[in-house]
Design a protein around this ligand. Structure first.
Ligand code: NAP
Length: 318
């Protein structure tokens, strides 16, 4: 992982009166903010968001709520009624929140999911900060610009959808979408290929024997499957050589959206120009949420460090 020294925002910024007014209720209490999921116990978002609030010496405590699917509607009504600052939304609610939203943007429409909600005047706006978080992690951590690049995305679920949108919107020349269930890759490509005619977006089975020959190595390979989460002790099913495009010179950046040292990252490291794990994306997508809610610049280094510490503690079984 590359070491980057970010210039940190001014922590005194939170004291500006217009920012203060928005962050507190009429009775002077901090407006409520947190994450909903089911389960949600494993979420690292409280660690990184609370580090950002603490950086600005704000009294907000970012919380987590396990909300069962049948409780979702009532919970979102409470968020509106009680004028929460906002919410993060994780599995299984990212799609299910959409009918409750008063406003969404194009990214939510294209990915069919929202992970960040903003409450204001009894209304809820929904955003999906995953694609931007993915691109920011690539730009800031390894200085990667997708424009004109050959890329591959493995997986065809919700996360893969956001990654394909991100890469296509930034002008990647080629996006191969490989998935275990080939038909799901075909469906994903059918959605995005017509919208981005300047990128060659195509579906392929997970078996490299079926991949077309190209003499240029891939610039970026993204693992957007949950293999590392579900089978952390099993090998990744495709070899690093095949993924990079048989590149002996280590030109390829490998990005696993799952956190930590996954089977995919362990396998590709000897062939990689750089590797990134999902924690960087989690922090950058969370940073955008923090900025939406507070109007303050997110202290990225502080959030990254808090997320890494929380993950290490979780892996130790604390
Ligand atoms: P999802 O919708 O359930 O999709 C899962 C994908 O993984 C499917 O394409 C599935 O293939 C594939 N898959 C599962 N097990 C596999 C295996 N053993 N071998 C090959 N492929 C396998 O999940 P998602 O929401 O897209 O999330 C995917 C991963 O991204 C999760 O680990 C999640 O934690 C992570 N994620 C990270 C961030 C972040 O901020 N870092 C954000 C979002 C998601 P089939 O279609 O064949 O079942």
């Amino acid at each position: 992982m590359s070491e980057i020294n970010y210039s940190q925002p001014d922590p005194q910024a939170a004291l500006q009166s217009e920012i203060q007014a928005h962050l507190f209720n009429a009775d002077g209490q901090p407006r409520t903010v947190g994450v909903i999921g089911y389960p949600v116990e494993h979420s690292l978002s409280p660690a990184l968001q609370n580090a950002a609030f603490a950086y600005y010496k704000l009294p907000h405590r970012y919380q987590k709520w396990a909300v069962a699917p049948e409780e979702l509607k009532a919970f979102l009504e409470k968020v509106k009624r009680e004028e929460f600052l906002g919410l993060n939304v994780t599995v299984p609610h990212k799609q299910a929140v959409l009918p409750a939203l008063d406003e969404t943007d194009e990214v939510v429409k294209l990915t069919g999911a929202a992970n960040t909600l903003l409450a204001d005047n009894g209304k809820l706006a929904g955003y999906n900060t995953d694609p931007a978080g993915f691109l920011e992690a690539l730009k800031n951590e390894v200085n990667f610009d997708p424009r004109g690049k050959r890329t591959m995305v493995i997986g065809a679920g919700g996360a893969a959808r956001g990654v394909v949108l991100a890469l296509a919107s930034q002008g990647a020349s080629e996006i191969a979408v490989a998935n275990r269930t080939y038909d799901k890759a075909v469906d994903l490509v059918a959605q995005f290929a017509p919208i981005f005619p300047n990128s060659h977006i195509y579906a392929t089975p997970l078996d490299p024997a079926s991949w077309p020959f190209n003499r240029n190595p891939r610039a970026l390979v993204v693992n957007a499957t949950s293999q590392g989460l579900l089978e952390p002790d099993k090998e990744f099913p495709v070899s690093a050589e095949a993924l990079s495009g048989r590149d002996p010179d280590r030109h390829t950046i490998f990005f696993d959206l799952t956190y930590g040292d996954t089977p995919f990252l362990k396998m590709v490291r000897p062939l990689a120009a750089h590797v990134l794990d999902g924690l960087t994306m989690l922090v950058y997508q969370g940073a955008q949420g923090f900025e939406f809610w507070t109007g303050l610049a997110a202290p990225i280094s502080v959030m990254l460090e808090a997320a890494r510490t929380a993950l290490a503690e979780r892996e130790k079984g604390h």
